[in-house]
Design a binder for this molecule. Structure first.
Ligand SMILES: N[C@@H](CCC(=O)N[C@@H](CS)C(=O)NCC(=O)O)C(=O)O
Length: 192
């Protein structure tokens, strides 16, 4: 199977880290999604990540892909049926979305950017980081779980696209993510 991915999408990185951590064999193919008209036939949203299966079917979005990878490694409780974990995962996906949306806004021509939109997204990011820090006791552990993988990927994406000193306000997350960043799956998937 082929994971259609980008060079620095947090959603795609989360999916790839999940596969690597679970030992699921997948070909990671980095594409230019903006010009990939051929992708529409597999995913009309023309978004990455999209997973192409051997039988020609396509799976998206990143949550579904992670769920599929988890189904291939039943010995690991990667996505427990715990609504608190599911909600934390949704929160972290929202953090990724806010980071991506901020980046998209900043890539618009200078005169077309909205400082108000950017400031609103930065406030959303700050609120989310503050909430995650209050849950650090639950997040900052070694056992493989989807909310932890997603949190680590999201924090590194914030560093990559919105470098600022979030660590002072979230010291426990900051210490934990340094350790997680040394895992082979994280080192192998660093944004370019
Ligand atoms: N909800 C989707 C979001 C995926 C997404 O936003 N992907 C971005 C890259 S970070 C993308 O494909 N952007 C291209 C576009 O939307 O035109 C998921 O979780 O996979």
């Amino acid at each position: 199977m082929i994971l259609l991915n980008g060079p620095n999408t947090p959603f795609g990185r989360m999916a790839l880290v999940t596969a690597l951590e679970l030992g699921v064999s997948v070909e990671n193919r980095v594409i230019s999604v903006g010009s990939a008209e051929w992708l529409d036939a597999h995913n009309p949203l023309r978004q990455i990540p999209t997973l192409l299966l051997e039988d020609g079917d396509a799976l998206f979005d990143s949550r579904v892909i992670c769920g599929y990878f988890a189904s291939l490694a039943p010995g690991v409780d990667l996505i427990p049926t715990d609504l608190k974990v599911a909600t934390r995962w949704a929160l972290v996906l929202g953090l990724m979305e806010a980071g991506v949306a901020r980046q998209m806004e900043r890539m618009r021509p200078a005169g077309e950017q909205s400082p108000g939109v950017i400031a609103g997204l930065e406030r959303r990011i700050a609120r989310t980081l503050a909430r995650l820090e209050t849950e650090a006791d639950i997040i900052c552990a070694e056992a493989l779980r989807i909310d932890r993988i997603a949190t680590a990927v999201a924090l590194f994406y914030i560093d990559f696209r919105y470098p600022h000193d979030w660590r002072e306000a979230a010291p426990r997350l900051a210490r934990w993510v340094e350790r997680v960043g040394e895992r082979p799956a994280m080192l192998a998937t660093q944004p370019r």
